[in-house]
Design a protein around this ligand. Structure first.
Ligand SMILES: Nc1ncnc2c1ncn2[C@@H]1O[C@H](COP(=O)(O)OP(=O)(O)OP(=O)(O)O)[C@@H](O)[C@H]1O
Ligand SMILES: [Mg+2]
Length: 168
């Protein structure tokens, strides 16, 4: 057995996104790497670009419906229009913690979908041992750096976008 923690820590990648379209391009690139069962956890401050990135994922996966930030909906399923996995888009902003994430039964769809959890840091990690943790950093000039941290064997040999950035 190899030490997964050490392996993944050296694979953190950083991607610069100067515009919202860059963010969607990154989402489309990640969609091309995604498989059914994948969990992507998005974090970053208010307005960082989490939904914008998810829009790109939805475009890349070819799913139905526009990806938005609905006020009262916690989880929305976008079925595939191209015979691929659905996109399950979760906004955990109003959820109190891991127990409330459990309550929305994401494990029902996790296996056959690509699941994205906005504001998922600290609440959604328990859903899967393998996951891509995505942290968006917003700079004063309004550009973003997106830090991609693969966790678990699923992502070990995946060639992520961006440049390797150490332990991010
Ligand atoms: N890389 C980027 N550069 C500049 N602007 C961006 C970038 N990514 C997103 N934006 C813009 O930032 C605004 C907020 O984006 P978005 O709604 O995706 O953020 P969010 O992280 O989902 O916000 P919330 O915390 O409310 O869920 C939008 O107007 C979007 O077009
Ligand atoms: Mg959002």
């Amino acid at each position: 057995m190899t030490d997964t923690t050490a392996t993944t820590a050296s694979h953190v990648h950083a991607v610069t996104a100067a515009t919202d379209e860059d963010m969607r391009v990154l989402g489309r690139d990640l969609a091309a790497l995604s498989r059914p069962g994948d969990l992507l956890i998005l974090s970053g401050p208010l307005g960082a670009g989490k939904t914008t990135l998810t829009q790109g994922l939805g475009q890349g996966l070819g799913v139905r419906g526009s990806v938005t930030s609905p006020t009262f909906v916690i989880s929305r399923i976008h079925p595939s229009l191209v015979g691929g996995p659905a996109l399950v888009h979760v906004d955990a902003y109003r959820l109190g913690g891991p127990d409330e994430v459990d309550d929305i039964d994401l494990d029902m769809t996790l296996g056959e979908s690509v699941t994205v959890v906005e504001w998922g840091e600290g609440v959604a990690e328990g859903l899967a041992d393998d996951r891509l943790e995505i942290r968006i950093e917003r700079h004063p000039d309004d550009t973003r750096t997106v830090h991609l941290r693969p966790v678990g064997a699923r992502w070990t040999d995946i060639d992520l976008p961006g440049t390797a950035a150490g332990n991010g």
